[in-house]
Write a protein that binds this ligand. Sequence first.
Ligand SMILES: NC(=O)c1ccc[n+]([C@@H]2O[C@H](COP(=O)([O-])OP(=O)(O)OC[C@H]3O[C@@H](n4cnc5c(N)ncnc54)[C@H](OP(=O)(O)O)[C@@H]3O)[C@@H](O)[C@H]2O)c1
Length: 261
Amino acid sequence: MNSGLAGQRVLVTASSTGIGYGAAEAFLKEGARVVINSSNQGKLDAARAKLATLGEVHSVLGNLAVKADIEKIVGETVRALGGIDTLVYVTGSPKPGRFLEFSYEDWRAAADLLVVSPAYLTKLVADQMIRDGVKGRMVILSSYVIREPSLGIALSSVCRVSMLSLVRTLARDLGPKGIRVNGLLPGYIKTGRIDQLAQDASKRRGIKPEDYITEIERDVPAGRIGTTEELGRAIVFLGSDLSSYVSGVSFPVDGALSRSI
Ligand SMILES: NC(=O)c1ccc[n+]([C@@H]2O[C@H](COP(=O)([O-])OP(=O)(O)OC[C@H]3O[C@@H](n4cnc5c(N)ncnc54)[C@H](OP(=O)(O)O)[C@@H]3O)[C@@H](O)[C@H]2O)c1
């Protein structure tokens, strides 16, 4: 199947490593023109150098939790590509931990990163698409914990729930303009985040990090952790016209980890 993405203008946020990087790689392989972003110049430069072997890639430094940086990310993307056809919104991770460990400041920071940032960035991208008359697509990455809270990552479990409503609200509001909005809920995907959670479990429970990995693999009916390439294919589906009549949905890519209906 032809994705029709050749020459399309794609912004992937939080993409120096992990899920965002895998998404950028997948779009470049389809011939898209891509802007990547992250908050660390060294990591961003390294990612851009690797991805440049696949096609046209630009980078914008910016912290997704900071208003001026969100404006800069969208503004510089439009300057580099001339507009945006597909937005893939990925963000960083709040720190792991259980509910009672967190302060007011922790909740504030998590809300900035997981609630305000996706709402404000998608608003700016929607404004741009509407101004340009682009029938664009947005793919908003959150997590399977949106449906099934995980006690060890309480900040993420609580704050990310708003992304489900963001997808539905935007899809219904922007549908008449020809803009489609969908969400993906990754289960366990092999990235630095999994290593961080394994280290955290090791400290808390006195187990080896590799024992944590074995535990989560046992929990997934598919029997293994997913790859960024597997998730990347789902992102390309939703971020292209392969999914032309799909909008307003959020679905898991989790090897049947989720139990909820
Ligand atoms: N891996 C999983 O199993 C899994 C499952 C469900 C959900 N998730 C979520 O998916 C998202 C991506 O995680 P990942 O697994 O790909 O982890 P990762 O490999 O650690 O990647 C995180 C990316 O986010 C960037 N980033 C972090 N904070 C940022 C900020 N404030 N502004 C801009 N960029 C920022 C990082 O780059 P810099 O450090 O260069 O800024 C990096 O490129 C996270 O929200 C994570 O919680 C992951």
